[in-house]
Ligand binder design. Structure first.
Ligand SMILES: NC(=O)c1ccc[n+]([C@@H]2O[C@H](COP(=O)([O-])OP(=O)(O)OC[C@H]3O[C@@H](n4cnc5c(N)ncnc54)[C@H](OP(=O)(O)O)[C@@H]3O)[C@@H](O)[C@H]2O)c1
Length: 268
């Protein structure tokens, strides 16, 4: 897709990765619709962009049907105004690093809703308003390919998002809408609490800046790459886990003591 002058609706636009995606897409000439709950923060981001007037903000709580309807109505209005949206980026997401036994049922539901059910619902409504040719890009995670202790619900939601993207892309074959999936590894944003950052340092896990993720987003949209995993050796582990999961279980077993320590004893 040539991004110049295309309307792109981006959820999670006020987050660490979302902000960088917005800036990178602006450089390519795209017109952004920035979506998140905090309108003030979205406006600050819009005014930090080179041409704020070319972009718009939309406050919506995507955990609620009402919030998703705000997005849907806005997109349909764009269609009526001949400003049809060409790309939807499902980037809003959240996680909690905790053992399943310690979590409330509500927090698990919210995580599954925001990370999986919301992108499915927005993709479904986008079939009614997305311009053709159009693109839906779902932001997943390495943890969608590797089950990891402390992230059970998050792994499940991102694995689901991966399969959803693959299935819908195949379902829409020939319908001029591509559905893409990007799996970043650990990225330096506020999604990761200080104890997760410390754990990653202790385990020697590499991380990327949000700018790196944004560059991949631009490339994927331009080249319409079906799926991509960021980072080495994470993309290799993702493959090994499919074929030889016991090997990956073996290396995670060696990390268990450290993981338990950070979940149970770290205060932040
Ligand atoms: N950071 C990482 O290590 C990492 C690694 C792999 C994949 N990812 C994925 O990358 C995506 C972006 O993550 P990030 O690191 O940029 O996270 P972040 O900095 O925590 O940003 C999360 C974004 O989601 C929005 N959001 C949260 N709850 C929402 C709700 N109920 N309704 C609407 N918007 C909501 C937030 O805005 P408001 O609070 O204003 O609503 C914010 O814009 C996520 O899907 C995440 O799973 C992140």
């Amino acid at each position: 897709m040539d991004l110049n002058d295309k309307y792109v609706l981006l959820t999670g636009a006020s987050g660490g990765i979302g902000q960088e995606i917005a800036l990178a897409l602006e450089v390519k000439g795209a017109r952004l619709i920035l979506v998140a709950r905090d309108k003030e923060k979205l406006e600050q981001i819009r005014y930090s962009m080179a041409k704020p007037d070319r972009h718009d903000v939309l406050a919506a709580d995507l955990l609620t049907a009402q919030g998703r309807e705000v997005v849907n109505s806005y997109a349909k209005e764009q269609l009526r105004k001949n400003k049809q949206i060409s790309a939807l980026i499902n980037n809003a997401g959240s996680n909690q690093f905790q053992f399943l036994a310690q979590r409330s049922a509500e927090s698990i539901e919210r995580e599954m809703q925001l990370n999986l059910m919301t992108p499915i619902a927005l993709s479904q409504s986008a079939l009614g308003w997305l311009k053709r040719p159009g693109v839906i890009l779902n932001i997943g995670s390495t943890l969608g390919s590797i089950g990891y202790p402390g992230y059970t619900a998050y792994c499940a939601s991102k694995a689901g998002l991966h399969r959803f993207s693959e299935a819908l892309d195949r379902e829409l074959d020939g319908a001029a809408i591509r559905v893409l999936y990007l799996a970043p590894r650990t990225t330096e944003t506020e999604l990761n609490s200080p104890r997760v950052v410390e754990l990653n340092q202790k385990l020697g896990n590499r991380s990327d800046s949000p700018q790196v993720v944004a560059e991949h987003v631009v490339q994927m949209l331009e080249q319409e790459t079906a799926a991509k995993w960021i980072g080495w050796p994470e993309k290799l582990f993702a493959r090994i886990n499919q074929v030889f999961p016991r090997l990956v279980s073996g290396s995670i077993r060696k990390q268990q003591e450290t993981i338990h320590y950070f979940i149970n004893h770290s205060s932040n």
